[in-house]
Design a binder for this molecule. Sequence first.
Ligand SMILES: Nc1ncnc2c1ncn2[C@@H]1O[C@H](COP(=O)(O)OP(=O)(O)OP(=O)(O)O)[C@@H](O)[C@H]1O
Ligand SMILES: [Mg+2]
Length: 352
Amino acid sequence: MLFDLRPKRRREEIFDREKEFKEIEQSLSSYPMVLILGIRRVGKSSILQAYLNENPGILIDCRELYAESGHLTKDDLIRELQSKAGTLRRITSKFKISLNLRFLNIEPRETSLREVFKELDRIGRETGKFIIAFDEAQYLRFYGSRGGKELLALFAYAYDNLPNLRLVLTGSEIGLLHDFLDITNYESPLYGRPAGEIIVEPFNRETSFEFLKSGFEEAGINVDEKEIESAVELLDGVPGWLVTFGVEYLREKDFEKAIQRTFEIARGLLMGELKELRGRSPRYIEILKAIALGYNRWSLIRDYLRVRGDRIPDPRLYALIENLKKMSWISEENETYRITDPVVATVLKNPK
Ligand SMILES: Nc1ncnc2c1ncn2[C@@H]1O[C@H](COP(=O)(O)OP(=O)(O)OP(=O)(O)O)[C@@H](O)[C@H]1O
Ligand SMILES: [Mg+2]
């Protein structure tokens, strides 16, 4: 079902990402570590889960794991890996491997991540490769007390010494993930170990149109192509929003209502995300609003804030804008900023 709000789990459910699957395949044959990057709701988790459905490996959702406790420890991660026992059993039985995975039967404190990785590498020896995937891996910077350095050292160890393991990391806060891995810094544990990179882009206009059309066909309802065109005009190409629109249209059977509901839902989701951002600095929200409203160059943003009584020092504004870029909220071209997701821009422009 294309119009299903959950991340897809099977390749047949995924629309038009053959190129990405091919890139992942090729990257994994050249690099011990591969990054899947893209803005929120673009389909990273769907692609990853579908890939893992066909290839031996396990998936750890770092965003969820972090949200549960507000930090990440070695024992949290080992417990999470232990919770994949079912998947591991399915893999070992599919490949007819008899392996005693010690880490599944002991307390987390009795082993180390390195030992667990070694055991998983042994599965890979039998199956060709074994993937450990970390979804939203920028949250791994909250591992331990040193910004995740211990984990990076483990990744470097795996990179160098465990030939059957592959690490796949996804990230929607692309700059933050790059900063965390820091492979160009010689003081970083991962220094000099390049990763393959797959960028998942939003659909272009044509693909967005085809996506909606296929979704409606699959659901067996006839929708005027003009309406589909208008939806693409308003929503652009982030699959998550197109799915939301599709689901709402099936419910409402009315274009205007479905669009309205889609933006309401987007607003709801966004409020949660903006709240997290506001916690880091309330100025982020003002800067995003400025850009959404078309104050999209450095001096215009500064003036926008000034008019609102915020005499922000230049270096501070510079730093905040850089951070918004790293978190993929905005992108910059020719010294002009834009909100990366047009739906987000529309919501920011129309305060309730
Ligand atoms: N190629 C696709 N075909 C069908 N549905 C898709 C596709 N890509 C994304 N979706 C749908 O869009 C929504 C968002 O996808 P998904 O959760 O995989 O994105 P994500 O990039 O992991 O987002 P987030 O950053 O929020 O975790 C889901 O409802 C998913 O089913
Ligand atoms: Mg995801």
